[in-house]
Design a protein. Structure first.
Ligand code: DP6
Length: 353
């Protein structure tokens, strides 16, 4: 007999960035963060979890049809935590099949490029954890599951919710209070839109995991960011979301992205995630806001050159239209100054939140 359950998890894009770990083993962050979860139909991971006594003894994981190593500490931590929860309900109910003892077979598919700075690990681990939780019929809330997904990849804990999500850093050493909570559902601010500019679908240079480790070890600016800048941005961002105040939301989003990339530059040796196209995208957004006389568009960049531009639906023509127009122009310009491959990869799509 094969037991099986499927789920999807969406990508989330942080507007207050997670960067730095106080405990790299448990993925406990040095600061809290906030993200917007993007619509599942556009960017998501679909995962099926199955278990059976007829499967080969060891757990297996297939991502986009490629076999992945499941022996890594992060995947193992998720499997272990979920098996533990299942075995406790099995212990309480002798009629339940002993699924916790069976090997797992996980099959995942992304509908976007993996590891291109498009938060693939976030959707990936969130889907993995939820699929196994469904398979095991665990009575766990998204916040409880966020504690497990966090151990797979920090940002994954935020992808267990839709809409606007905060990851509270917590203070406990065992990580039991480092959890994701909903700030507001997507329906609270239905006019929010995001434009993704895929500047390069290449695998990124420095992974976020190792990048943030080097930052913590070498950047002094980082201290100030974690202690002063982020707490201020957290409070401002949660208020902006509650009040649906796009100007405030946009300004904090852009300052956050800039603060994070400044800390990357202050890391030694420096980490560069933004390229010339990313910088051109920043200038396009600044022009749009200048012409509008207020903030109607906000850029943000994660650990890669791709831009995400937040805007409200009513401004679709001015924002998405102008950015796409500028991209056409960039295309020619870019192929002269930047590698042709990146120019070829240039792509944009609008997604609803
Ligand atoms: C820049 O969650 O990928 O996207 O916990 O090591 O897996 P690990 O890191 P990861 O880092 C994401 C960093 C970021 C900002 C963010 O999503 O908050």
């Amino acid at each position: 007999k094969i037991y099986q359950a499927s789920t999807t998890a969406p990508v989330n894009i942080a507007v207050v960035k997670y960067w730095g770990k106080r405990d790299p083993k448990l993925n406990l962050p040095t600061n809290s963060s906030v993200s917007v979860t993007l619509s599942q139909s556009d960017l998501r991971t679909h995962t099926t979890a199955a278990c059976s006594s007829s499967f080969p003894q060891s757990d297996t994981l297939l991502l986009n049809s490629e076999n992945q190593d499941t022996s890594g500490a992060r995947t193992q931590a998720c499997f272990r935590e979920l098996r533990f929860l299942r075995s406790s309900i099995e212990a309480a109910d002798p009629f339940l099949p002993k699924l916790s003892a069976l090997p797992l077979k996980i099959v995942s598919e992304n509908n976007f490029p993996t590891a291109a700075g498009l938060a693939s690990s976030a959707a990936g681990f969130a889907a993995l954890v939820r699929a196994i939780a469904n398979l095991y019929e665990l009575p766990a809330s998204p916040t409880e599951l966020s504690r497990i997904a966090r151990q797979g990849s920090g940002s994954a804990c935020r992808s267990l919710f839709g809409g606007y999500v905060a990851w509270q850093m917590g203070t406990k050493t065992d990580g039991s209070d480092s959890l994701a909570v909903e700030v507001a559902p997507a329906s609270h601010w239905p006019t929010m839109r995001a434009l993704i500019l895929v500047v390069s679908a290449e695998k990124k240079g420095v992974s976020s995991t190792s990048g943030m480790q080097i930052t913590v070890a070498t950047s002094e600016l980082f201290q100030r960011r974690a202690e002063v800048v982020v707490p201020k941005h957290m409070a401002e961002m949660e208020e902006a979301i509650r009040n649906k105040d796009f100007e405030k939301f946009g300004q904090v989003t852009m300052k956050e992205s800039n603060s994070f990339h400044a800390v990357c530059l202050d890391t030694f040796p420096p980490i560069f995630y933004l390229n010339d196209v990313s910088k051109a995208a920043i200038r396009v957004v600044e022009d749009i806001n200048k012409k509008a006389g207020k903030t109607i568009a906000a850029y943000t960049f994660d650990a890669g050159p791709n831009a995400v531009i937040y805007y409200e639906e009513e401004n679709i023509a001015v924002v998405a239209g102008v950015v796409k127009g500028a991209l056409g122009h960039l295309d020619g310009w870019e192929s002269r100054d930047i590698s042709a491959q990146e120019a070829g990869d240039l792509d944009s799509r609008a997604v609803s939140v």
